[in-house]
Design a protein around this ligand. Structure first.
Ligand code: GDP
Ligand code: MG
Length: 196
């Protein structure tokens, strides 16, 4: 593995139709509630501001692909669970997410992002159940860990994990704000992508 994974990360494309996306031999997809920190985490893993972040939920309505190399990509999927907006459009985001996930031979892992303080929502649990039924490999990542008091962290982490059928140590606990867990997750992602 290279000393510095993801040194050549690039934005590739923003697309609403999963069928038109370029394929990579190795891909990691990021799913989660709108505003959970998907784009921020991609930027942190890449150490580069490539993905647009926003404090306004429901901003990313497209699938955004970022390449780590010619053979590896991180894929930022539309956020789910944003309450406002026309129902048809919300269903469209669901279809976009599924449309991507069901037809990616190169998909190595789906990172399911969960807010560390809020814990898994009903939609997060549904996503996990769906991924298990589809036999897709997934990885739980708790974001914004800086928002949880240190004294509450072990309980929060164990509770969050239990609600999606995992043990505490199986949930990556990260914060792009204070940087915890980011380096470890970068190493893990680079390994999943074959060294990227
Ligand atoms: N405190 C804190 N805020 C974060 C963290 N990660 C993301 N955010 C904030 O959460 C908001 C949504 O982030 P974004 O990456 O756009 O979420 P996305 O909709 O899932 O892509 C932005 O205001 C970010 O600055 C984190 O680790 N800690
Ligand atoms: Mg985003």
């Amino acid at each position: 593995m290279r000393a510095e994974p993801f040194a050549n990360a690039k934005f590739v494309v923003s697309e609403t139709d999963a069928a038109r996306l370029p394929h990579y031999p190795a891909e990691i997809a990021f799913v989660g509630r709108s505003n959970v920190g998907k784009s921020s985490l991609i930027n942190a893993l890449f150490r580069k501001d490539l993905a647009r972040t926003s404090s306004t939920p429901g901003r990313t309505r497209t699938i955004n692909v970022f390449s780590a190399s010619p053979t590896a990509a991180l894929v930022d999927l539309p956020g789910y669970g944003y309450a406002s907006g026309p129902a048809a459009e919300r269903a469209g985001w669901g279809a976009m997410i599924e449309g991507y996930l069901v037809r990616r031979p190169g998909l190595r892992r789906v990172f399911v992002l969960i807010d560390a303080k809020v814990g898994p929502t009903e939609l997060d649990r549904q996503m996990v159940v769906w991924l298990q039924a589809a036999r897709l490999p997934w990885r739980a990542v708790a974001t914004k860990a800086d928002q949880v008091k240190a004294s509450r962290t072990p309980t929060r982490r164990a509770d969050a994990a239990r609600r999606i059928g995992l043990t505490a140590d199986a949930v990556a606990w990260v914060s792009v704000e204070d940087g915890r867990g980011v380096r470890e997750l970068r190493v893990e992602a680079a390994a999943l992508l074959g060294g990227a």
